[in-house]
Design a protein around this ligand. Structure first.
Ligand SMILES: C[S@@+](CC[C@H](N)C(=O)[O-])C[C@H]1O[C@@H](n2cnc3c(N)ncnc32)[C@H](O)[C@@H]1O
Length: 406
């Protein structure tokens, strides 16, 4: 029997009113660290090659839940104006309190379905929609509604589930539903049934092993367990169906925001013949090959954009020499040659790279009196060359802009 969009949305709201998600504790200070995907300059530079011209952007967090991501976006981008929407009043209540307590006045919250997002006036420069579209009864309609609210040149970050690495979860969801029978929709009962199943399956059972090895830590909390195993609505994607969804949005696919996973070389790079064959595949078929060969994948995360999206490759030496470089905002351990990069990978900078980052990292005193140094000026003070600058940019250790930025 086909359920209506309204009845599914009600069931989803009911789940998250019972178990607001994510169940992260509230803090009286800004959240620790960063996630570069929630930093406007970092996300924009990833998509375009350039630091954005303004920090005063409008952001939509679509399906914000209890506001963990919203809070990061608000603190990492204090000049941005953030609107966050969700179906669940209880999740929104937590989100509001979270941002109040940690001191983020630039986020406002609203009970609204993604399907009705047209009710918000104007457009957004950046939309974040993490862990939501796969819970919509009609994700194509949802992504289209959001795409309509994206400004030209705007970027859209999405996270949705992948079917291949969630195979055991899907089986368990169906098993719990069978045992619940007409108690489906009673989410606390679902959690209790699920926990009993895991406790009683043989120790070497595949579903149990996968839960213990991969998920048990986070699933100690009932909200996580419910979100994973007793959800009333979930669609899991594969590369072909993912690109059907993307095509339905009418937007441009910019790239996965975890690009390391999508390198075919990490799987068959030792076999030149296979590498040659893979190189002749279309981009989508290459992604399909990767997920077929490494079916651990549990989600897809990626950026879309509404054309025209300006892009700068910095291939031209003169343009690069005139650019204004800046140390990437997502870096931990600075100033030191040993730092954690935007992705929390530990890296060792060379002497020349370190000197370049120091040269472009104006301190506050300098910035009030002079315009920032160009790449040419920074190079003059260090032993780095243009290839080194391009490498820093490629590894997201610097941001580059054509104009001295705010
Ligand atoms: C798994 S949570 C993700 C929360 C948050 N984005 C995060 O990543 O932490 C999914 C959220 O999407 C919301 N949601 C589901 N369908 C929605 C819809 N049609 N419109 C708005 N929010 C929706 C749910 O209420 C829930 O809070």
């Amino acid at each position: 029997m086909k359920r209506s969009i309204e009845s599914v949305s009600q069931a989803v709201a009911q789940l998250y009113n019972t178990y607001p998600f994510p169940p992260e504790p509230l803090l009286d200070e800004p959240p620790p660290g960063y996630n570069w995907r929630w930093h406007w300059s970092a996300a924009h530079a990833f998509c375009t090659g350039m630091k954005p011209k303004t920090q005063a952007v409008r952001v939509l967090d679509a399906g914000c839940g209890t506001g963990v991501g919203t809070e990061y976006i608000a603190h990492l981008n204090p000049a941005a104006e953030i609107t966050a929407i969700d179906l669940s009043d209880r999740a929104l209540e937590t989100a509001r309190t979270r941002c109040q307590r940690s001191g983020a006045p630039n986020a406002t919250f609203q009970t609204l379905s993604i399907y009705d997002v047209e009710q918000i006036p104007g457009t957004f420069d950046w939309i974040n929609c993490v862990g939501v579209l796969h819970h919509l009864p009609d994700p194509h309609r949802g992504i289209q509604a959001l795409a309509d609210k994206l400004a030209p040149g705007g970027i859209f970050h999405i996270f949705v589930y992948a079917a291949l690495g969630r195979w055991e979860i899907t089986l368990m969801q169906a098993a719990i539903a069978l045992l619940q029978g007409d108690r489906q929709g009673d989410y606390t009962d679902g959690v209790q049934v699920g926990r009993q199943i895991f406790a009683n399956l043989p120790a070497n059972n595949r579903l149990r092993r996968r839960e213990e090895e991969r998920w048990a830590l986070e699933n100690q909390r009932d909200a996580n367990f419910a979100d994973m195993y007793v959800h009333p609505q979930e669609v899991d994607y594969t590369i072909p169906t993912l690109f059907d969804l993307i095509d339905a949005s009418g937007l441009e696919f910019v790239g996965f925001s975890n690009p390391r996973y999508w390198q075919i070389d990490r799987l068959i790079g030792q076999a030149p013949d296979l590498v040659r064959r893979a190189a002749s595949l279309s981009e989508r078929d290459r992604y399909r090959l990767i997920e077929l060969l490494d079916p651990e994948i549990t989600h897809y995360e990626f950026f879309l954009a509404k054309p025209p999206l300006p892009r700068q490759t910095w291939d031209d030496d003169e343009t690069l020499l005139r650019a204004y470089p800046e140390r990437h905002p997502c870096m931990q351990g600075w100033p030191s040659r040993s730092v954690f990069d935007y992705d929390y990978q530990f890296i060792e900078l060379t002497e020349a790279e370190y000197a370049f980052l120091k040269a472009c990292n104006r301190d506050a005193a300098d910035s009030s009196t002079s315009s920032p140094p160009t790449v040419a000026e920074c190079l003059a003070q260090t032993g780095l060359d243009l290839a080194g600058v391009r490498s820093l940019q490629h590894r997201q250790l610097i941001l580059l802009s054509n104009t001295p930025s705010p």
